[in-house]
Ligand binder design. Structure first.
Ligand SMILES: Nc1ncnc2c1ncn2[C@@H]1O[C@H](COP(=O)(O)OP(=O)(O)OP(=O)(O)O)[C@@H](O)[C@H]1O
Ligand SMILES: [Mg+2]
Length: 153
């Protein structure tokens, strides 16, 4: 299944992330792809916000991975694979945990994770503040949360 959404501001992309967060569960892997500045980090910030994270969430580009505790349990892992080559394994992640929700920017750099994702998000820049966002998934919960989105193309 596939849903296309056009957002017209960073805030709309954030709102999309908040909406997605409402159906995420532990063990989920979300694979994000798109050029520099496409809005991957903005979307993950929305997901974090929707999951109740109040701290600032800096881009993990230099740290590669950041972890944020979730209440009452589990964690949100935010991984930026930009600097990783496909054969690298030093991303600090042995295997996906059933106690975390994992969001991976440049997910195509880590095929093992890419294959296990339940939600694929591809972002394209179509204007200074417009983004074309394609969401691909098999699970009906994503369709349900996306179908009432009034920014849907
Ligand atoms: N509709 C929009 N959605 C998201 N970001 C937008 C939008 N319009 C403008 N922007 C701007 O685009 C930039 C997106 O940056 P962001 O760090 O989220 O991209 P990224 O895909 O994570 O890039 P990188 O590959 O460098 O990590 C921000 O400066 C944001 O303000
Ligand atoms: Mg980013």
């Amino acid at each position: 299944m596939e849903t296309i959404i056009i957002t017209n501001s960073e805030d709309e992309t954030l709102q999309l992330g908040i909406r997605l967060a409402s159906v995420l569960k532990m063990g989920d892997i979300i694979a994000l792809s798109g050029s520099l500045g496409a809005g991957k980090t903005s979307l993950v910030h929305g997901i974090g916000k929707g999951l109740g994270i109040q701290d600032a969430m800096p881009s993990p580009t230099f740290a590669i991975m950041r972890s944020y505790p979730l209440h009452p349990q589990g964690e949100l892992l935010h991984l930026d694979a930009y600097r990783l080559q496909q054969q690298d394994t030093d991303h600090g992640l042995d295997e996906p945990s059933s106690q975390s929700i994992l969001c991976v920017e440049w997910a195509e750099h880590i095929p093992l994770l890419f294959q296990q994702a339940c939600l694929f998000i591809q972002l394209h820049v179509i204007g200074p503040s417009q983004r074309h966002i394609r969401l691909t998934y098999h699970d009906i919960r994503f369709q349900k949360v996306l179908e009432h989105d009034d920014t849907r193309a």
